[in-house]
Design a protein around this ligand. Structure first.
Ligand SMILES: Nc1ncnc2c1ncn2[C@@H]1O[C@H](COP(=O)(O)OP(=O)(O)O)[C@@H](O)[C@H]1O
Ligand SMILES: [Mg+2]
Length: 234
């Protein structure tokens, strides 16, 4: 179980706190979804949870243990927004073993199988993969380290409709083994697979029922379709 207690992030350069006293609980094998507009602090939030930045006040706990940024770096696996831009291995194998040359071929195959890339040649250069395969590889790069919490920053950004569907199906499968925390500005397809949801607005996190948001999304889509169908043809 991951707990956040009154987590605040207020860098000296900013007049007001970016994250204000956030509380959150995430149970194992659940998918938690944080939805917030651009600039609301989602990436900053994941940077703190993955130990890349340090909270100003408040704590992050795993079961009863308070976690330091070092612990968080070991426990967490962060998949950046547009992770394919950070690939630096010359082959799929290099990319997976980056910083972990000790990982054996069993772990490599297991990680690729988890993300549906079992048939991929290990010698393929990452940049030669399709967009959807690159996103899967980026997930495998984190999963191979067996993180306690897999965090994803805007995982559907920049994907077309069919790749988004495939990614959502994959995340739904992954949450049967792993604990996932996803941040996004576009909850659309992710809502149906979320177990718990929060909105992040002006640095404040508020729990919401996924079902309530899903209903709103449908209503918004209906009114959009209504407008589209009543709009005069050009
Ligand atoms: N260390 C920092 N110092 C000053 N401002 C920061 C710092 N980290 C993040 N910010 C600001 O916090 C806001 C939230 O950024 P970000 O976490 O990237 O939002 P999101 O991912 O939701 O778009 C932005 O306005 C960003 O410029
Ligand atoms: Mg962001």
């Amino acid at each position: 179980m991951l707990y956040l207690k009154k987590l605040t992030y207020h860098p000296p350069a900013t007049p007001i706190a970016i994250l204000k006293s956030l509380n959150l609980e995430l149970a194992p094998q659940q998918l938690g979804l944080v939805i917030g507009p651009s600039g609301s602090g989602k990436t900053t939030f994941l940077e703190i949870l993955s130990g890349l930045a340090q909270a100003t006040t408040g704590g992050i706990f795993w079961r009863d243990q308070e976690l330091t940024p070092d612990h968080l770096q070991q426990l967490g696996g962060l998949v950046f927004q547009f992770p394919e831009r950070h690939f630096c291995g010359s082959t799929v194998l290099d990319e997976l073993r980056m910083g972990h040359p000790e990982l054996g071929s069993h772990r490599v195959h297991e990680a690729l199988a988890e993300v549906g890339l079992a048939n991929l040649s290990l010698h393929t250069p990452p940049h030669a993969l399709s967009g959807g395969q690159q996103r899967r590889l980026a997930l495998a790069v984190q999963l191979i380290r067996q993180p306690s919490v897999l965090m994803l920053d805007e995982p559907t950004a920049g994907l077309d409709w069919s790749m988004r569907r495939q990614l959502v199906t994959l995340l739904a499968k992954l949450k049967t083994h792993w604990t996932l925390l996803v941040v996004t500005h576009d909850a659309g397809e992710l809502l149906p697979i979320a177990d718990c949801c929060w909105t992040l607005k002006h640095g404040e996190l508020e729990a919401v029922e996924p079902a309530t948001l899903a209903h709103k999304a449908v209503v918004n889509q209906d009114s959009f379709l209504e407008k589209a169908s009543t709009a005069p043809h050009p």
